[in-house]
Every structure is written in C-alpha cells, then in structure tokens.
Ligand binder design. Sequence first.
Ligand code: MIG
Length: 779
Amino acid sequence: MPEQPVIVSADGVTLEVSAPAEGILRIRVGFGALPPGESWAVPKPRRGGAIPLLVLDTPDSVVLRTETMEAVIARRDLRLRLSGADGAPMLDDATGRHLEFAGGGFALRKTMPADTHYFGLGDKAGPLDRRGGAYVLWNTDSPFYGAATDPLYKAIPFFLGVTEDGCAHGVFLDNHWRTSFDFGRGERDVLCIRAEGGPLDYYVLAGPDAKSVLRRYDWLTGPAPLMPRWALGFQQSRWSYTTQAEVEAIAGRLRDGAIPADAIYLDIDYQDRNRPFTVDGARFPDLGGLASRLRGQGLRLVLITDMHIPHAPDAGYAPYDSGTAEDAWVTDPDGAAFVGEVWPGPSVFPDFSRARVRAWWGGLYAAFVQLGASGFWNDMNEPSVFQAPSGTMPLTSVHRIEEPDFLPRKATHAEMHNVYGLLNSRATYEGLLVHAPDRRPFVLTRASAAGGQRYAATWTGDNVSSWDHLRLSTAMVASLGLSGFAWSGADIGGFGGPRPSADLLTRWTQIGAFHPLFRYHCMTGKPAQEVWADGPEHEAIRRRFIEERYRLLPYLYTLAEENSRTGLPILRPVFLEFPAVLKAPLDAGDFMLGDALLVAPSPVPESPGDYEIRLPGPGWYDYWTGERLDSMSVTITPAIERLPIFVRPGAIVPRQDVMQSTAEPVAGSLYLDVYLDGREAHGTIYTDDGESFGYRNGAYLRRAISCVAHGRGLRLSFGARDGSYPPWWRAVQVTVHGWTGEAVVRDAAGEAISSSVLACPRFTWMEREEADAVTIGPA
Ligand code: MIG
C-alpha cells in the first residue's frame, strides 16, 4: 500500500488526492504549493488519508482505486475523472479549461451529465433543483428576500448530484471565501465553481444513493447534536413581546386555549437599549421569576443575544469592558477595533476566530443560564452592519486566528466572513456546555456555514407573509436538510409584509407543524399573529394541527435521534426516498417526514382548485383515516381544515397522547399504527430523558418494531432492547391497517388478550418483559 496522499504535478500546478474514508476522496490543488490543510468545517482526524488506496502508474495517467471509487489523473493537464469502482462515471472535469488560477482565486469546471439533478447549498430560495441556476455563497442579511434573491444567510458549499435512477455523488468545497456555483447557467452542461480566494480543497463523496452521500457528508463535517426534546415542540415568538406582563398574557392564552407549546422567545426589546446581555428592568422587572413561572407552565424561555457589542467605554457595560480587556474585537487594518452601526448604535464585533474569544463569549451566558433561560438565539451574525454599503464589515477588517489546528495568523474579513456566524454559534454552544455540562444546549443561529449543524439549529430568516413564501419555505427547509442542517424552519405566518390572511396563517400552521422547527414569528409593528388572531374557527383548526404535532413526537424524536447519528434529514424531499420522482418536474409542495409520511399540500396552496397527488407507489394509506388507497393518484379538493398526509406501506408509526408541553411526563399508551405492505411493516422507537447527555452513557431506549406475516395471521414484535432507559408507556395501543379478517390477539404464551372482528384489528397490549411479541390471527 503506497503512502497517501498521492501527488501529481504539471505546469506548476500540484494536485493531491487522499482517501479519508471509504467513499470519500479529498482533492487539493495548488498553483505552486498546495494550500494549507486547515478547516473550520472538517475536524482534523477526518482530513487525512486513512484507508487503503491502490495506485497504478501509467505513462499517461495515475490511477487511484479504493473499494468504491476510482480516480484517473491525466499527467499532462491534471484532468481528473472520478468513477465508481464499477466504472460508472461520477464526476469528470469539463473539456476545455478545467482549472484556472487567477487573482488569488480559482475556477474549477466539471461536466454535468444530462440526467443529473443538483441539490444543496443550504437555504437558497428558488427551485430545489439547482440545475440551470447560478448561486453565490456570501452570508447576507436579506430582509424580505424573494425567490430570486441570492445570496442569503448561509454559505454551505456542498451539493449532491442525483440521477433519475437514484445514483448520487456529493461535492463539498472546503473553502469559506466568497464562492459561486454555476450549474450550467453560464455554460450549458458545465458546472463551474469559483472562489475569490482561499484553498482549492474539495471532497467528492460516493453514493451509491443520495442517503449514502448525506451519511458521508455527516461523517465529514460532524453530526448535529441531539437537541433537547422540547425543541420539537411548538415555539411562540414575535418581534417583540415587550413587557413581562405581555409574555405572561401570551403564556396564559396558550394554556387557556389548550394550545400545546414549549417555548416563548424574547426578541431584542427585552434588553436595555438593545445592549446584549442586559435586561430592561422597567419592562422586565423579574426575568428570572418570569422564566420560572413559564417553566411551571411547561414553557421554556429563549433569549436573543446578538453578537454586536455596543461601543460603550467607561459606561459600566460589562461585555464591552471584559471584551476590551480580552482584546476581543475584530479590528481595522490599523489595529483599532472596527466600529459599525447596529441595533445598539456604534458597535464592536467579537473575533470568534480565536478560541480564547469564544471562551470569553461563552462566559457572557452565565447569568442568563443561571436565571433559567433554556435557549439562545444568535441573530445578525452574517455579520449584519447597518449603513455599510456592503451590509457587512469591510473585507479588509482583520481577524486573528489563534486556534489549535491552525497556523496562528491574521486573516481578512474576506476570508472569515462566511464562517463568522458558525463561529458565533459555536462559541454560544460551547459556552452553554460549560455552564450546564449535562444539559443539551439549544442555539438558533441565522448565519452559518458547512459544519455549523454541530452547534445550532437555524431558520430561513426574514421571509414575508405571502403564499409564495409559504411555498418557498418547504423547499428551503428541504435544501437545508440536504446541506447538513436537519433542524430548521421558516417563520410561520411570515416575518415581514402585511399581516397574513387567516387562511394563509392556517395553511402555514398546518405545513409548519411538519417542519422540523415549528416556530411562529413576525416583525415588529405587525398586528397580532398568534394562533388565536383570526377567531375561534381558525384557532381550532390550528390547534388541531399543533396537537397532531405533539401526537407524533415519538416519531419525530426518533427521527431527530437518527439524524444525530447518521445525518439523514428529518424533513426530506420526496426524491430522497423515491428518486424516480425526479423523472417528472419537481413541485416543491409535497415532502416526506422521515421515511414514512408524505405530507401533500397543494402546490398552489392559495387556490381552492382540485389538485392531484401522485403517490410514489401502490398501496399507500391515508394518514387521517387509516384507509388503504387503491390508486396511486389521488385527486384532492382542498378544504381549509385539512392537509392530506399519506403513509408508506410497510411503515409503523409510533405516537402518543396529546400533551400541552413536552415538560409533562409522557403518560398513557404508546400508539403503534401498523401500515402493512401486504406482508410486513417495520418501525423504530427511540426515547430518553429528552434533556441530558445520559443517552451517551446508555440511558436511552431504542427498539425496532416489526409486524410480519405469520401463518394465516401476523406476528407483531419488539426487537431487542437497546439501551437502559425505561419505556414511558405502560400499554401499547396497536392498530393494524391493511389486514382483514377475524382476529384473535395472543401473547407469547398463546393466551388470548383480545379478539375482534374488525376489518382493522385494534387492541391494547400490556407489554411485559417476557412478552415482546403478540400474534394476530384467526381463532
Ligand atoms: O434587523 O431582532 O431575522 O427574526 O426578529 C432585524 C429583530 C433583526 C432579524 C431577525 C428577526 C428578528 C429581528 N432581527
């Protein structure tokens, strides 16, 4: 086995290939020397060559092979062709000029096979399939963006190529400078990747399918943490609830109206003069008392903590004083702190590229953690700077990298801009762990970059109350999920614009109930935009969907845990499960929640007209009625109180009773809805305490559940217990869909525990240690 990496040079250009893991090749190219191998996205142990690489030298080329990939590098011009080990083409350099270095930047050109669709790059608006589009990655505060606005808040230089047969590969450019990705817009069938500076350092991820690519990307850039369970609950926010009394009234109204909810957010107006880490004592005389009263009602308090620090020398403002003592600020080229105007007035900006500054920042959270806040919101961290024509700080501003794993050096803002939000949320996340080591942090960030999923959830920024934005929201959340960020949502009802119509807010609530993050939020000055704002009928419909969200928590939490281990998103574009849908034009209306549920709003949600859903296969079920559909195409007549959802045959969906908050102890039964695909169905349930890191030491419970044909009946069983956490349920209420006949249910000892002559067997199973299975069949 030859030493890794393999290096080939031609015309002063050096290309290096290594294989950090099976199915992943890292390629670095330099004009002259190779770029330094540092990274904010990929932890060091994952960046080096680690698996066997077979190298064949021929006069014309160098060929490298792993079990799943082959790379052929032409000696003459370093043209690179990648294929699967079976020879199936994966990613080839374009004909003509495939590599260019100029002005400190570079361009890389690849061919785009006609049958390949492209996805990713984070929360870009516009069509989910990026083919034919061109995008810039440059974190930007883009209030009231539209479908064509680009760039937005996050820079995630990762995309997937997927064919209609489901073959997939991924490309991750580990470069945080301003970059652009042109998917055949400038030049037909040519993918052109450009960067204004920084390393040409990229990874190609093999499939075979899109899920495998996502798992590999997750391995490379790190998994999202398992968030606290309450983060899956309904979250109530607006800019702003401005007094303690107003917050208490909102909490009271949620509870009086029996609207399940888990969190209330305080936006900037709780602060004294918009100064981060202060509280306006006149409007919030007792924030700690508020936090604990809310907690008593099952509601968590989430506080915004912007990263701009008012330039307030000699004012007794501790974050400025301690930050100045720490020499924490990004500077102008002359070494003086850069000062820019934001909410608090002239402000300075922490330089999160130094580990010490991140630790200082994390320390600022001590008091808020102490007083009982449960989550923190990092906004404006593109960073946004008012009155600057660029909307951010000058590219010449100076950051200082002092970081294990990096060469200590100064870096311009041009280099650090896109990673600033990631490092801000990292500092927050790591700080919270210091203050409460056994509590899972909840951080919500607006700006981020590749790998930022390790620290924070995110949202799609300042959208607008319009039907177009409702449509955009699912595509953006889906794209984030394909880009590492499984935990995201859009401001429900819309942030800006005139207030949403009653129907729009109701539709948005219905769809948002099945997005990973479920948060109402809107802009200052807007009329009330809470669940009850449009009268009792709309409130009742919205409540019913929020309740359904809570019923589904066992399913959602199981998906969240799967995400934290594998990187598979919670919300999935349909093609991720059923690539054949790529054969027809994608409409961004429908989406999968996990692999079992297909949520199918109208592609034109404002229209009262009928629409048709094409199911991905035969034998699907209606989620609401449990009925099996005998056609793959369903015509739907929209009704404001309904959102069609379908269940994949072969799924088992775990649910629970409605509760008002995840803080209530889960009681009652575990509901298992079994949707047979004829002969079988499978599912999983995962649970733990929802809050601590105990699960890392075995305090969790994961069990496979299956139902398979057994003689003339069925056998339903739990797989072996994984983990030591006790189940919360005492009884299991089973409903088997898709099986008819007179059924007697027997436990493992053969004793009948129920009998029914229902078309759809429904029974209660008192699960005991010794009875992990029941049979269902004729008497
Ligand atoms: O310049 O904190 O995207 O959610 O309500 C606006 C006030 C600043 C932008 C965020 C929005 C938040 C608002 N913020």
